[in-house]
Design a protein around this ligand. Structure first.
Ligand SMILES: [Zn+2]
Length: 74
């Protein structure tokens, strides 16, 4: 499973990959294309950020909910 999701930059309209663990409220990043400062926060007014935060939360839950390896059946 990938540990990255796409973030949409509203300034340059490019997408870039960000690691799920970095997509937490209060974190900051710069768009690699235009250098725009991007602040990650839940419920961001920036739809590209809000979507990425939602996706990151969903993926974190999916990782946590993944069952342990079942014993191999004979
Ligand atoms: Zn950009």
């Amino acid at each position: 499973m990938s540990d990255k999701t796409k973030v949409h930059c509203v300034r340059c309209r490019n997408f870039f990959s960000e690691r799920i663990k970095n997509l937490r409220s209060g974190r900051e990043a710069n768009c690699p294309s235009c250098g725009r400062l991007i602040i990650y926060e839940e419920g961001s007014a920036d739809p590209g950020i809000a979507r990425a935060m939602t996706e990151a939360r969903r993926m974190r839950h999916a990782i946590l909910a993944r069952p342990p390896q079942p014993p191999s059946e004979r």
